[in-house]
Design a protein around this ligand. Structure first.
Ligand SMILES: *Cc1c(COP(=O)(O)O)cnc(C)c1O
Length: 356
């Protein structure tokens, strides 16, 4: 068989280890997963109820659900005509890449950032051009603009950035957006957890702002993402999207989640509170914690991150060793913010490992 040449340059996405896997391997009864930035409070009960209410599973869903786009539009402050949906941000991003990226093109990625950006770029036969972030992990505008050439089609801006947790400066985004005519893809997967967002940039002709129901809304398994796009992009988007990207039960769940903002508010407030508490506890035992506006924190570990991750696994805690993330170093670990009792177990284990 003749697979595409580009595949030789790609390693598959590595998901976080599953709780079951770790229980089995280490013979543990209780395992806490703080590795995939999932919502520790679960899905909104009203979303679960709405999801279960749909039984016509033999019928194809609406290809471009107007009712959901309407509700999303109200939520983000844009017209429904400006909203596109997809199978998670991952699915939306795939469609946007299908619209713009040809083999040999360049995609500019400030590193470190979300690993899937590199994978998708290479799947398209394009080059992932890496621009190192500044020490505080915000984008170095000069180096980024220098990296843009005729072949550059997309610049990826993740805010709050995964895995570093920082938000991007508005002035930086403004400068990027206004000084080049390439598409700026703003990934706000964690936008709800942050004190600032970049939605206003969706007013520009060359900007897409993507969001998801996977994180703050707790619907990761349903694969619902969306983006605010220029009208011109929306027209083209419908040409390349798979015909039925979103199932009807998923749509119902998303709509119910948008209607019940109380749950969202609870999740966001709790997460912020716990994020500050966990950060403070870790700093007290001498662990470097980077400031975060997301539902996770990046830490610099006193021993190699792979060893620390292994020590935590033995104690039933799964975190994300970032040493293999492009742009991270051997001491970077990303930890999702869980429920209070989960975070306490993590802090105890850290004290045990670091202070002994
Ligand atoms: C989790 C995550 C995504 C994927 O979101 P889905 O909507 O579940 O596909 C996209 N971007 C970043 C930065 C993420 O961390």
């Amino acid at each position: 068989m003749r697979f595409r040449e580009a595949l030789g340059r790609i390693s598959p996405y590595v998901p976080g280890k599953s709780i079951e896997e770790v229980k089995k391997k280490y013979g543990l009864d209780k395992v806490v997963k703080l590795a995939s930035n999932e919502n520790p409070y679960g899905a909104n009960p009203k979303a679960i109820k709405a999801f279960k209410s749909f039984e016509s599973l033999h019928i194809y869903p609406d290809p471009d659900p107007e009712d959901l786009r309407q509700k999303i539009g109200e939520y983000v402050g844009y017209e429904a005509e400006r909203i596109v949906v997809g199978a998670g941000i991952d699915g939306v991003m795939e469609n946007i890449f299908k619209l713009f990226v040809e083999p040999g093109d360049r995609i500019v990625i400030p590193i470190p950032s979300f690993p899937y950006y590199h994978i998708l770029t290479r799947v398209c036969g394009a080059f992932d051009v890496r621009v190192r972030r500044k020490r505080n992990f915000t984008i170095d505008v000069r180096s980024l603009l220098d990296a843009i050439t005729e072949k550059t089609k997309i610049v990826l801006v993740c805010s709050p950035n995964n895995p570093t947790g920082n938000v991007e400066n508005e002035e930086v985004v403004k400068e990027i957006v206004e000084s080049c005519n390439v598409l700026v893809f703003v990934d706000e997967a964690y936008g709800e957890f942050s004190s600032k967002n970049l939605l206003r940039f969706a007013e520009y002709e060359n900007v897409v702002v993507a969001r998801t129901f996977s994180k703050a809304f707790g619907l990761a398994n349903l694969r619902i993402g969306y983006a605010v796009v220029p009208e011109e992009i929306r027209k083209e988007y419908l040409k390349v999207s798979t015909p039925f990207p979103l199932s009807t039960p998923a749509k119902f769940a998303a709509m119910a989640a948008l209607e019940d903002r109380k749950f969202l508010k609870f999740v966001v407030e709790k997460t912020r509170e716990e994020r500050e508490r966990v950060g403070k506890k870790l700093r007290e035992i001498g662990v470097k914690v980077y400031p975060s506006e997301a539902n996770f924190i990046l830490i610099e570990t006193p021993i190699k991150s792979s060893e620390l991750a292994e020590e935590l696994l033995k104690r039933g805690i799964i975190v994300r060793d970032c040493s293999k993330f492009i742009g991270c170093n051997e001491y970077h670990v990303r930890v999702s913010i869980g429920r209070k009792e989960e975070n306490d177990l993590f802090i105890e284990a850290m004290e045990d490992i670091v202070c002994s």
